[in-house]
Design a protein around this ligand. Sequence first.
Ligand SMILES: Cc1cc2nc3c(=O)[nH]c(=O)nc-3n(C[C@H](O)[C@H](O)[C@H](O)COP(=O)(O)O)c2cc1C
Ligand code: SF4
Length: 349
Amino acid sequence: MDVFSPFKIKSLNFRNRFIRSATHDWMGNEDGSISERQLNMFKELAKGEVGLIVSGHSCVEFPRGRAGLKQNRIDDDRFIEGYKKLADVIHENNSLFAIQISHAGLQTNKDFTNNLDPIDHNTMDKEDINTLVEAFTKAAVRVRLSGADAVCVHMAHGYFLCRTLFSDSNKREDEFGKSIANRSKIALKLIDSIRKALGEDYPIFVKLNSTGGTGEGNISTEELVGVATLLEEHGVDLIEISGGAVGSKENPIDRLNILKIEDEGYFLERAKVVRKNTNTALSVVGGIRSLSLMNEIIGKGFADFISLSRPFIREPDLVIRLKSGQEKVSCISCSKCRNFEGIRCVFNK
Ligand SMILES: Cc1cc2nc3c(=O)[nH]c(=O)nc-3n(C[C@H](O)[C@H](O)[C@H](O)COP(=O)(O)O)c2cc1C
Ligand code: SF4
């Protein structure tokens, strides 16, 4: 078994173990809808035989849920049409498609929220929580209506749900704070609500932080396993292990200069812990660069999928290249592709 072998989750047939992890591209139209540029970029990825392509994070509430400019939105039915086109172009080229839905929570600023105060997970009341659960659920229904194969709920990188889950960022004293079970309540409430709205057969994926809510410092293994186990019990079909937060010094999401194999897979040890303690399908992201490591991860069963972000910016046809004998991605993990005019590898013409 290697990274090119197929896999199945519910009725989804994956042609290989590659996931293009969610990547905000600064390419959306000003109104938050899908642009022609995005259709072209996703078409290239699907033609490049990526097993599952996850969209960049799309906000479930506007404007307070928005984390960045030119971010796609999924807070209204009018955005379904663009996603339908995206789903079609990906399916025509035989890849699977998931849409990542997110709420920025505190990790945004007034430039993005039309000057409104960001939502604070520590002070919101029950009614606010129910409103957000409803916003996520309606967004998930739009994901299914657009023809995407799965919904991916963003619980990583310091955004709203991520901060509710972990002890370093959740400071609530009520029924939504203190214990692992309490801190997981908002996330589980919305997973249950999405499940009810989409039905038993529809795949629900989660991108989960393994390093706490703010990315500074590390949460305990007990905490990570506790959350992952609850997600599994509530029927999440795939957990993608990530970590860090935007701007974190100690735990960057996209670490720089991953050039030696020893530096690769910087969340792999966390993923192994989750694998040992759960039965959910699992992916791992973060600096995986060598085909040998990818095959080791799949072959030894440390995870079922390999998620990559930056390597697919430099080489959208990476899967075909690796299949043809290339041993390593060409991306040097400099992150200079974070370009507000649209992601672009600085080494590509
Ligand atoms: C330009 C850029 C945009 C990103 N946008 C998202 C996003 O929308 N959602 C998300 O979960 N992660 C996002 N990430 C994080 C990546 O999905 C991934 O977790 C991280 O880059 C580590 O993987 P890599 O080393 O393969 O790039 C982004 C990363 C980059 C470089
Ligand atoms: S700019 Fe190019 S080489 Fe640098 S991280 Fe981005 S894709 Fe990789």
